[in-house]
Design a protein around this ligand. Structure first.
Ligand SMILES: Nc1nc2c(c(=O)[nH]1)N[C@H]1C(S)=C(S)[C@@H](COP(=O)(O)OP(=O)(O)OC[C@H]3O[C@@H](n4cnc5c(=O)[nH]c(N)nc54)[C@H](O)[C@@H]3O)O[C@H]1N2
Ligand SMILES: Nc1nc2c(c(=O)[nH]1)N[C@H]1C(S)=C(S)[C@@H](COP(=O)(O)OP(=O)(O)OC[C@H]3O[C@@H](n4cnc5c(=O)[nH]c(N)nc54)[C@H](O)[C@@H]3O)O[C@H]1N2
Ligand code: SF4
Ligand SMILES: [Mo]
Length: 697
């Protein structure tokens, strides 16, 4: 008999409701849940292909240990656990706790029971060298929100239902489904803005798929958003578009903000951003005229050199113009629990001198050490990392420094990889531990709390029992902790914390379990300053004092951009519907002929100037690395900009045979790495607008 089990997808942010067909404990087809109260039948092909990952013959199914010749032998869990624990204990005893490190990747964020176990484990081991994907993704957003609003969790999102003008900067909703805004079917949502007569403006170096479907495209040169935002604010202020009453009642340091933006009038920034004075003026006027203007930014802004300052100015665009907490502007989405106001969580971060420059002191889990220092820490003179546990991540391909990582990983005394696959990083593992996938574990969509257009909480049971000997990471870490004599997580009620948090909303976890989803209704306006803002003094900080440590670099960078030659090419990223960072790479249906590699996209004018033809192999180089790629002429890119998809370069990934057959090229070899390659305020890696040169191959 076939049963239908309601579940939801945990690949990206919308958490689409799915129906899984199960017969005799075996997963069959997965389809969209048309009766789902929140996502109403929306799901993309990635979610539907997740069933393939569940059944993939290349999946890790048993713990394995590598032999000297590189082959892997199956172990039982008890042996694997005690051997790994023994090695961790030896490393700690010989070199100290900080010789043990962890790296938690992106899918770890979509696994509600994992993070408590993960950070608890390393905390009890006594190491602070726990890296995570935040410094490749969105660290700037946390750093800016903490400073401006007093909490890393405050990210007001556009009031899609009412906004008259929406700026979407560095984000491609049609392909990536939005990030830091959980919206089922984001394109349909954006269409309603246009249908009401509102405007959607995509600020992007590429005429993205989203901008071809709706709205307007405003081209911007890569890695210059911070200057554009300063100019837009400067022009709005000049027009009297600041809401002086709101600033006086709820802001502080407004004078310092005004002083900052005045340094970047549109006439000064236009040559650097590529956005003319007239365009900035018109947009400023439109912002002032709109009854409800809103803004949303994503990885294209995060990955610039000054992502924290850019996200600060985004908040100011909203706050200083009176559009924060106003219908049609940006609004804080309240999730399944409410916080006490004025908690003063945003105490100024500490910076300390290190051999790698002045660094923000880590505060886990939100502010880890910069991922771009991982290999430096492996070679640290005082306490080099000797043991590393990588869980749900793939640092070899997902970040800069592939060559350095491939050199450093084999030197470790212990590398443990907990994953669905033997991924590119797993190829170096001494131990491979098989994790459960999303159909094999109980979960809630905690990640999107506070970021949902329609506040809700979802629950899914494990749809099927784990196949083979796959285990939930929480169990893996608990067993390892026990073997090390650590005080492990209480096993009794893993949902105890959520149960407690739900009470603040007058809701009940058992009810959630019964119903599958709780709908918390729409947004409430008018409570932000009194009840939600977290700064101790109850004011929005319009110019956080420690931000000034980034101002000099901002000016230096501006001068470099001003004097850059006309021939300079900048590399940006190009997500496609066929990949999820470096995974989904083993799904054959996603590797059809036209998607078997990741070409270098280039504007035809740039190609012609270099005498490069469509399909030609070229060498792409800079001071960090060199790759060979095929050129794909692309009218949709601004001149001076080239684009490639990341997550490719699977030549050596023998554990993922489909991925290895269509390996593509790892463009992240061209990313900066090491000291100076990240935003000092947040640790966020610099990953867009990377200068490259092209030569015939
Ligand atoms: N299909 C698919 N979906 C995904 C993912 C995936 O890999 N594949 N990844 C998921 C993850 S982990 C995340 S974080 C989200 C990310 O979601 P998004 O942030 O929407 O990701 P992208 O589609 O890469 O969009 C970034 C955009 O920034 C533009 N850009 C590049 N540099 C600059 C710049 O300097 N300034 C400006 N203004 N724009 C710039 C690029 O052209 C690109 O259109 O997507 C999630 N969804
Ligand atoms: N050039 C460039 N580089 C980028 C980006 C970019 O835009 N441009 N985007 C960056 C962003 S936003 C991100 S989030 C990072 C991602 O960086 P990472 O998270 O380090 O890398 P992923 O490729 O997402 O690898 C995720 C791994 O988790 C495994 N996995 C999937 N589900 C589970 C699970 O339930 N449990 C376990 N244990 N493992 C699981 C997958 O098999 C895969 O091996 O990449 C970053 N890299
Ligand atoms: S949009 Fe994201 S959450 Fe929804 S089905 Fe696709 S991958 Fe899953
Ligand atoms: Mo991400």
């Amino acid at each position: 008999m076939t049963n239908e089990v309601k579940t939801f997808c945990r690949i990206c942010e919308p958490a689409c409701g799915l129906i899984a067909e199960v017969s005799e404990g075996v997963l069959g087809k997965v389809k969209p849940d048309r009766t789902h109260p929140i996502t109403q039948g929306y799901a993309c092909h990635k979610g539907l292909y997740a069933a393939h990952i569940h059944r993939d013959p290349d999946r890790l199914n048993y713990p394995q240990r590598r032999a000297a010749d590189g082959s892997y032998t199956r172990l039982d869990w008890d042996t694997a656990t005690s051997e790994i624990a023994g090695k961790l204990a030896a490393v700690k005893a010989t070199y100290g706790a900080n010789a043990i490190a962890g790296y938690l990747g992106n899918p770890g964020e979509y696994n509600a029971l994992l993070s408590e176990a993960w950070y608890g484990f390393f905390n009890q081991l006594g190491t602070d060298r726990v890296f995570n994907v935040n410094t490749q993704d969105c660290g700037n957003k946390f750093a800016a929100s903490e400073a401006v609003y007093g909490s890393v969790t405050i990210h007001p999102l556009p009031d899609f239902a009412r906004t008259e003008l929406l700026l979407v900067i560095g984000e491609n909703p049609k392909v990536s489904q939005m990030s830091f805004a959980s919206v089922p079917d984001p394109m349909a949502t954006l269409k309603t803005i246009e249908a009401r007569g509102g405007r959607v403006v995509f600020v992007n170096p590429r005429r993205i798929e989203s901008a071809k479907t709706l709205g307007e495209w405003l081209p911007i040169k890569p890695d210059t958003d911070v200057y554009f935002l300063a100019s837009l604010l400067c022009e709005i202020e000049r027009r009297g578009g600041f809401d002086e009453a709101v600033l006086a009642a709820h802001g502080k340091q407004a004078g310092a903000l005004r002083g900052f933006i005045k340094r970047y009038p549109a006439a000064r920034t236009a040559p650097v951003t590529g956005i003319s004075t007239a365009t900035v003026e018109a947009l400023a006027q439109a912002w002032c005229d709109a009854n409800g203007a809103s803004v949303h930014v994503s990885t294209g802004v995060n990955m610039g050199r000054q992502g924290t300052l850019a996200y600060w100015l985004v908040q100011m665009l909203s706050f200083a113009t009176g559009n924060l907490d106003k219908p049609g502007g940006n609004v804080l989405s309240v999730g399944f629990y409410t916080r006490r106001a004025r908690a003063g969580r945003g105490a100024a971060p500490e910076f300390a001198p290190t051999p790698y420059g002045d660094l923000r002191k880590p505060r886990l889990p939100i502010f880890p050490w910069p991922g771009n220092l991982l290999t430096d820490f492996m070679a640290d003179v005082d306490i080099p990392i000797r043991a590393l546990i990588v869980c749900a991540g793939n640092p070899v391909l997902a970040m800069g420094g592939e060559a350095r990582l491939r050199e450093s990983l084999p030197r470790l005394e212990l590398l443990v990889v907990i994953d669905l696959y033997r991924n590119a990083t797993g190829e170096y593992a001494h131990y491979l531990l098989p994790a459960t996938d999303q159909f094999e574990r109980e979960d809630i969509n905690a990640l999107s709390t506070g970021l949902q257009a329609h506040p809700n909480l979802q629950y899914t049971p494990a749809v099927v029992p784990p196949r083979y000997e796959r285990r939930h990471e929480r169990e893996i870490l608990q067993a390892l902790g026990a073997a090390l004599g650590l005080v492990t997580m209480p096993n009794e009620d893993p949902w105890g914390k959520v149960r407690h948090m739900l009470k603040s909303r007058g809701a009940d976890f058992d009810e959630l379990k019964r119903r599958g989803a709780l709908d918390f209704g729409g947004h409430t306006f008018g409570k932000f300053y009194a009840e939600q803002l977290q700064t101790e003094d109850g004011k929005v900080d319009c110019c956080p004092a420690h931000f000034t440590r980034a101002f000099a670099a901002l000016e230096e960078q501006f001068a470099r951009l001003e004097s850059a030659g006309a021939d300079c090419l900048k590399l940006i990223n190009l997500r496609t519907p066929r990949m999820m960072n470096s995974w989904l790479a083993n799904v054959p249906e996603l590797k059809t002929k036209t998607h078997a590699s990741n070409p270098l996209h280039m504007n035809p004018e740039d190609a012609q100037r270099r005498n490069v033809q469509d399909g030609q192999r070229v060498r792409v180089q800079n001071e960090f690395g060199e790759i060979e790629a095929s050129v794909k002429l692309d009218q949709d890119l601004m001149t001076g900009v080239v684009a490639m998809s990341h997550g490719w370069g699977q030549q050596q990934t023998s554990g993922m045979r489909i991925a290895q057959q269509s390996p593509g090229v790892n463009c992240n070899r061209l990313l900066p790495v090491g000291p100076g390659s990240f935003d000092p305020l947040s640790g966020q890696a610099h990953m867009t607008g990377i200068e490259v040169a092209i030569n015939g191959a």
